[in-house]
Ligand binder design. Structure first.
Ligand code: 13P
Length: 277
């Protein structure tokens, strides 16, 4: 069933676990996430990134919403990294209630202003708002933020940021990276503990692809309620395609089903990892 991100995070919070939020690009992605969540019997969040939204537009949103409505588990649909206020309006018109206005490219005051003006619209329809304080490095859908442009979340600013923007969840930057980790991930847990001491809001970790089980566990215990996964699902899709080529599979439905099953393996593995604490 289609539900709100707030309800899903409340559900996770009451069990001291985290929820998985998967980025999708097409029907195969949606199918893999829904089937994986149904197999595990847990709620899940389906996310659409701006590049995916630009390509798939309203038909992609409609498909994700309908898949959520028809599902036996609770699913919310979330627009990820929205950098234009118009996308909030378009999302609301298309039936979306969960958004991440991303003001992280701006300086602190501008980030507050952008996030707050988006939040006003979203809260106006009773929706859910995720904001980001700091800036993540790495690459997502051809957008690359280099290490020197990245900024870790300052625990001293968290309270001010949350109260001024009215967000419902905070995406934190503690060394997590979008895309592939070029070296062993190093997360600043002391920073995470300080952020947690300051606010009780659900905390979100972007760039969850490639984190070890141990790190995930430590993150959940330190208060992360939502993990965003994109790279691993994309890789699984591509593995499916290359396996199809290597095995000389030429039937299109068999190729698509192979890709779905590869992605579903990741969906199930991550859901289990985030639930075991
Ligand atoms: P990864 O691509 O590193 O999994 O990050 C996904 C993400 O943070 C989506 O917002």
């Amino acid at each position: 069933m289609f539900t709100s991100s707030s309800e899903i995070l409340k559900w996770a919070n009451s069990r001291n676990i985290a929820v998985a939020a998967f980025n999708v690009y097409n029907f195969e992605g949606v199918k893999a996430v829904v089937e994986g969540a149904e197999q595990e019997g847990v709620p899940v969040i389906i996310q659409i990134h701006p590049a995916s939204l630009e390509r798939g537009s309203k038909p992609l949103i409609s498909m994700a919403l309908e898949a959520a409505r028809l599902s036996t588990v609770s699913i919310s649909i979330h627009l990820d990294h929205i950098d234009r206020i118009d996308s909030i309006n378009e999302g609301i018109d298309a039936g979306i209630t969960s958004f991440m206005p991303d003001g992280s490219a701006y300086d602190y005051q501008e980030n507050i202003e952008f996030t707050r003006s988006c939040a006003e619209k979203i809260i106006g329809i009773g929706g859910f708002v995720e904001g980001e304080l700091g800036r993540l490095s790495g690459t997502e859908d051809s957008v690359t933020i280099s290490d020197y442009q990245a900024l870790l979340t300052d625990p001293l600013l968290v309270d001010d940021y949350v109260s001024k923007t009215k967000i419902n969840a905070l995406a934190i930057c503690i060394g997590n990276v979008h895309g592939k980790y070029e070296s062993e991930p190093k997360l600043d847990f002391q920073r995470l503990y300080k952020i947690r001491e300051t606010i009780q809001l659900p905390l979100v970790m972007h760039g969850a692809s490639g984190l070890s089980n141990e790190m995930i566990s430590q993150c959940v215990l330190a208060g992360i309620s939502k993990f965003n996964v994109n790279t691993e699902l994309r890789q699984a899709y591509i593995f499916g395609l290359s396996e199809a080529v290597n095995r000389d599979i030429t039937d299109l439905l068999s190729i698509m089903n192979l890709c779905v099953s590869k992605m579903k393996e990741i969906v199930v593995a991550r859901i289990r990892e985030y639930s075991l604490h």
